[in-house]
Write a new protein. Sequence first.
Length: 382
Amino acid sequence: MTNTKKRHTPEQVVRKLGQADRILADGGDIAGVCRELGISEQTYYRWRNQYGGLKASDAKRLKEVQKQNATLKRLLAEAELEKAALKELAGGKLLGPGRRRAAVSHLLRTLMVSERMACRLAGLSRSAYRRPLKGDAAADPDSALRGWLRAYAKKHPRWGYRRAYHDARNEGWTVNHKRIQRLWREEGLRVPQRRRRKRLGSSTIDAPTATAANTVWAADFQFDADEQGQAIKICSIIDEYTRECIGGLVERSITADRLTDHLEDLVAARGAPRVFRSDNGPEFISDAMADWASTRTGLFYIPPGTPWNNGYVESFNSRLRDECLNINSFYSLLHARVVIGDWKREYNHARPHSSLGYLTPAEYARQCTYQTENDDSHNVWT
């Protein structure tokens, strides 16, 4: 008889670590946790080191302390440097801009401080320090070229600096394109760009009403972040009639191709809906989405700025935010997938829904029996 080791999936490890946290919070010890989970202490500590847990929070607190110490050290060093700089300037009051300019140059030369700090201590703006004095400035060597560019822009108001560069070379000016671009910008000759209107999705069907299961699907995105500040993008797809969460994605980024692949999996398992409702997000109005829906379902886009027209999925997202995202801290993308997936299963199979007569969405869906009006499709729910 061979003894085979049980290998745990990452999802099972995350859940067991959560169970271990609850046992420890109730007063248990590590040995009791290992007996309860059926693992060795070496395995428990290896899981902690590999998948997070208490170590992540400790590291986060340590990082915050180190950041605070570095900030205090920097502030102390700057304070000492400012004291030394003020001693250098203690010979008299800096009343005129000439003396302030000289004081900035003295601090830069003797103490090797930054220009920003020297100007702040001398009470002179950096732009004033850098601006050449009229007495020191020579005549503008580009004045003739500037005049030619202004006349050129007046004659051709919709032409840019690139055409101006080629025409200037043709007329005998010995310049390169970077010089033309700099003078063009300084003279304020940039051609105003006409703003493109934001693209809106083209609905292929009238405003739908969910009269039976699997007739209207609704989708929307929401965002969260893990403990490291990295974004987590969540896509939820619900059946408006049964209120079931029939699908969803939890990723760092969700492209249109990734979304259509997921929808194709749902259609293969449940059949295609009559209508797919969404907002005008870039993933929903993409060419990939239009190509996918062309032979499967109708698309309905709500008007911009009217989330109440997609109220079923918005209500679902508010429940997800209130009951899951706001009370959990995710230390990895895997952790977020596990916790959100568990909550969605509880929502479908254990959470009573008031608008369904306090039945769960899954139980209500089992009681729905319908046949679509289209004679070509026969999807029967029992």
